[in-house]
Design a protein around this ligand. Structure first.
Ligand SMILES: C[S@@+](CC[C@H](N)C(=O)[O-])C[C@H]1O[C@@H](n2cnc3c(N)ncnc32)[C@H](O)[C@@H]1O
Length: 238
């Protein structure tokens, strides 16, 4: 495990471009609680060191289908999914250190062997993956970047989706969910116009909320504020 995670976090108010390109996140600093700090030490083997190369090689069964979750937040839903699907491998990528620590705590307590976590920009990690190597990419309640001047940071975009498509296996899926209606419309417009992807709900439609996607923290918040939840499930067809 990288000891960097135990150091006080410096807020890099990302200046809109961490590694000289526009990033989709803003690093936030907040202290770790005791169980999170302990978990980083005790279950540090669940955290991969960046650069990681082919994520599949870090599992006991690298041949199993791989799910990559981008921006898992506090990670409760990712842990539940990994628990419910022992026949798959899961990698969660996040830049929010307390979230990584909380998720590692819950994964460690649950004794999961099919989940690994990573403190990195998911874009950089995807670039290192071989093409056609990921079975599912999930992006739940990504930062909506509501101001027009920030739209370029939205993960779902014609700039970033080619990388996701390249790394997905044929027939693999991209699953996104959002509670922010304008971002839902934006997502649908981008995704329905990607020639390599097929909308599993039919063009122009959101996907019925799947019961295999556990509720996330940001989803709960959105619901409390009366927001509608939209899921989108797309399959790589070319
Ligand atoms: C709004 S939060 C949602 C968290 C969680 N999925 C949920 O629904 O509760 C979005 C998260 O995505 C993370 N994120 C955004 N872009 C990322 C990237 N390129 N790589 C890794 N994490 C990213 C942010 O740090 C943030 O914690």
């Amino acid at each position: 495990m990288s000891t960097d995670l135990l150091e006080p976090q410096v807020v890099e108010l990302d200046n809109l471009n961490e590694h000289r390109e526009i990033v989709t996140f803003m690093r936030r600093s907040s202290p770790l609680n005791t169980s999170q700090r302990t978990a980083l030490e005790q279950y540090g083997h669940l955290i991969l060191e960046y650069p990681v190369g082919d994520l599949r090689q870090h599992f006991e069964h690298p041949e199993r289908p791989l799910t990559v979750e981008i921006g898992f937040g506090m990670g409760r839903s990712l842990v539940l999914m990994a628990k419910a699907n022992p026949e798959r491998n899961f990698v969660g990528i996040e830049v929010h250190v307390p979230g990584i620590a909380q998720c590692v705590y819950e994964a460690g307590m649950a004794g999961l062997t099919n989940l690994r976590l990573l403190d990195a920009d998911a874009i950089q990690v995807l670039r290192e993956m071989p093409d056609n190597s990921i079975n599912a990419v999930q992006l739940y309640f990504p930062d909506p970047w509501q101001k027009k001047r920030h739209f370029k940071r939205r993960f779902v975009s014609h700039d970033r989706m080619p990388l996701v498509e390249q790394k997905l296996e044929m027939g693999g899926t991209f699953h996104a969910a959002t509670d922010w209606e304008p971002y839902a419309e934006w997502m649908l417009d981008v995704l329905d116009n990607r020639p390599n992807l097929e909308n599993m709900a039919g063009k122009g439609n959101s996907y019925p909320r799947p019961d295999w996607r556990p509720q996330t923290k940001f989803e709960r918040r959105g619901l409390e504020e009366g927001h509608k939840i939209n899921d989108f499930l797309f399959k790589k067809i070319k």
